[in-house]
Design a protein around this ligand. Sequence first.
Ligand SMILES: [Zn+2]
Length: 142
Amino acid sequence: MVSVADKLGELLTRLNACTGLTFSPNSSLHTIVAGINTFILDNHVRKWSERAGRPLGPPETTPGPCIGHDCVNFAIVYPRCTECCRRLYKVDVGTSTISGAGLGLFAAKTFKSGDYVCDYSYEMTKSSNLEGTKMGYYWDTS
Ligand SMILES: [Zn+2]
């Protein structure tokens, strides 16, 4: 028969191996949950920074739970997670196809000319100062 303490120790060993964290059976539940949340958040920020091609920080990132109704995801680049953005606004955020532009917004459905897509509060800049692009504008988030 496996004791609860043995099972907890086994789970923490597996968790530590997965995350690189160092929980012990003496760690408080608060410490473990906070550590897991930080690990998840750091991974999301790293993933989005890789997509952007540079480190992202506030206000570009809004780390925290998605504001979508009953959504369990973290939201990093926008208060809604990528799944909620796709479902509600029919857009995806991903690596821009414009060289040096970082993150880009992509239509996840066919929009007609003049259709409202979403609000965005960054300054738009002519792309003539970007190399190798034929696009007209990008949002300068620097
Ligand atoms: Zn969501």
